[in-house]
Every structure is written in C-alpha cells, then in structure tokens.
Design a protein. Structure first.
Length: 361
C-alpha cells in the first residue's frame, strides 16, 4: 500500500469477496498479477475517520513514565510545503493533506468527553500532531475559531514554524483556543546552518518570534537539530543559555539524521559519511560522521545540553511559573531525559567509540 493507508479498508472488502478482480479498484495498492507488478492509481485524499482508542487495550492507562499519562492525540493535516534538507516529511507526503475542520472538531469533542481521560488532580493535555498546523492559514483559522467555542479544561499544544510569531491575528486565535504551548522548529542558532538546511529564517527572526509568542501567554518549546556541517564542539552551551535567556519551557534535540529519500541522505551517502543503515537505530542516535567533531562527541553534546536545561533549578522554577496543566509534564520530561542519557552513554561506549569517527576537519 503506497502513501496513506486508508484504502486498506477497501482491500479487506475485496479479499472478503474473494474476487481478485476487485483489487484493481483499490487505490494505492501494489500487487502482483500473472507475474507482473501492478501499481494502482495513487490518491492523496484523506478520509475523515476518527480513531477509536478504546480498541487499544488499556490505552487510557498508558503512561510516558509513572508520573505522566499520554496526551490525547488529534491529527488535522499531514505534510509540509517547505523543503528543509534533513526532513523526511516532504518525501513521505509530497503535498499537504487536510481533514475537514468540522471533522477535527468532532474528533476533539469525542475525545474530551471520554471519562477515561479525566484527571482528578491535573488538567490533561491534548497534542495536535500536525507537522505544521499552519500550512494553510485560512484552514488553521477556521479550526481555531471552532476550537475556541469548546469549553474544556484540557491544555492544547501544537507544532509550528518560526513564522507563527509574526502573525498576531493567529496568535490571538491560539490564545482564545486555549493553546498553551507551541513547539517551534528552531533547528540551529547559526545563520550559516539555517541557510544550508534551507530553513528560510535567520537567528534574529527566531528571537523576535519567541518574544512575540510569549506576549500572548503561550509557552515556547524549542526543537533543535545538532550536527550539521557548521556545528562545533561546545555549541550545546550556547543552546542551553538561549533556552534560559528567552524563557523557553524546554527543548527537544535530535541529532542530524539521514533518513532515506532525503537530500541529506543522498549527500552523506555520496560522501561516505553514513556509519550504518540499521534503521532500528535511526531513533535519536548519531548514525553518521559529523564534519567538525566525532560521532561520540556529538552524542555527548546532546545530553550535556539536556542536563544543563533540565537541571533542578529550571524544573523547580517552571513548577511555579509554567502553564497550569503542563507543569508536571516538564518534570516527567526531565526524568525521561536523564534515563535516556544513561542509555546513550552505553551506546557511545559500545558502538560509537568503535567506529572510525574522526572529525573531517
């Protein structure tokens, strides 16, 4: 099945009928007929099917750790118009696919009305999982206007690009819709790096955007990528200081990862810098040879930054100043980062130190 998997329902019906001729009518299907591979017409249409989480055993009891239960998850769109060199989203979805605003709102209402999600002590969190919720500005405004009419104790969070901070009309709608936090793709604090990955922004744009978003009472969580060709040993400290100076609620760091099909993968493959293609380890581990430091040093940079940001002082202050409903989540996130660091130390010692990971410069 190519692309979105929704047509699998039609495939099941065709197989139940026992008529293989029906297979030709199933969109996105790839199958073999008389020794020949057949590619059915591919569709990018999103079918508005709201998930029934009750079908997942004990879904309502799942936790990220012993402190934090998983958030409610709602998806409104998939894909992104932008073309950052390291990102796989463009390659996977090609274009942006959106659900109807009315269907998104019904999905949200259905989930927040479920008593299994209610918490006696803390407001729950709903995560709108779109990679870039604002790919279509008018569509996003319609969703937010409808969302603002729903009375709920849930705090909502979503992802966005830096440009959101220049749009006061949208920020006002976010505030009215009870959006408590936005995850902003910052990636790097070097203009050269932002240019090389085709991000289309400058560091000054990032700073101005964060300041304006916070004026509306919305928290900012920074998303960073470590390891581009301009990244240097010790850059973690600048990022940690930036988080504190601009009052970010926290950060998420990923090492630059050459996912198959991306421009980055083709570049690093051509240069012989990919350490291995064991896809199960493309999950936050360094899997390539950085230009200015070793792979082991890059992995260390990530967790030095985490340790600096998620120290006792930052977490303690946030527990009093942070958005109600998100405070305990940051404590849980700090615990997760500490556990990850223990796991990654083992990975560095057992795997990366064995590799010929000498800096290229």
């Amino acid at each position: 099945m190519r692309g979105d998997g929704y047509p699998v329902v039609e495939l099941v019906r065709a197989l139940e009928n026992g008529n293989t001729k029906d297979l030709s009518r199933v969109p996105n299907l790839v199958y073999k007929k008389n020794g020949r591979i057949v590619y059915n017409q591919q569709t990018s249409q999103i079918i508005d099917i709201a998930p029934d989480f009750g079908l997942v055993k004990d879904y309502y009891r799942l936790t990220l750790n012993r402190l934090i239960r998983i958030p409610l998850l709602v998806n409104g769109s998939r894909g992104c118009h932008f073309d950052c060199t390291f990102c796989a989203i463009k390659e996977v979805y090609r274009d942006v696919k959106k659900r109807r605003p009315s269907e998104i709102i019904e999905d949200i209402k259905s989930q927040i009305s479920n008593e299994h999600f209610l918490s006696r002590f803390f407001p729950r969190v709903m995560w709108i999982t779109d990679d870039n919720f604002f790919s279509d500005r008018e569509w996003a405004k319609e969703v937010l206007r409808n969302l603002a009419t729903i009375k709920t104790k849930y705090v909502l969070v979503l992802q966005a690009r830096v440009e959101l901070g220049y749009d006061d009309e949208m920020l006002d709608l976010l505030r009215k819709a009870n959006i408590g936090r936005v995850y902003i793709g910052i990636e790097s604090l070097r203009d050269e790096s932002l240019h090389n990955i085709k991000k289309g922004i400058r560091v000054e744009d990032i700073k101005d955007s964060i300041k304006n978003i916070k004026k509306y009472g919305i928290e900012v969580h920074g998303l960073f990528v470590f390891g581009d060709d301009e990244f240097r040993k010790g850059d973690w400290l600048e990022v940690a200081n930036f988080v504190k100076e601009y009052g970010l609620s926290g950060l998420l760091i990923q090492p630059l990862t050459p996912f198959p099909g991306t421009k980055l993968f083709k570049k690093l493959k051509r240069e012989g810098r990919i350490l291995h293609e064991n896809w199960s380890e493309y999950n936050g581990k360094v899997v390539f040879k950085p230009r200015r430091l070793t792979a082991a040093e890059l992995q260390e940079e990530i967790y030095r930054c985490y340790n600096a940001v998620y120290g006792f002082s930052h977490v303690f202050k946030y527990m009093f100043r942070g958005r109600k409903g998100l405070r305990l989540g940051l404590l849980g996130e700090a615990i997760i980062r500490r556990r990850e660091w223990i796991r990654m130390r083992r990975y560095i010692k057992e795997r990366l130190m064995e590799k010929n990971a000498v800096p290229l410069l």
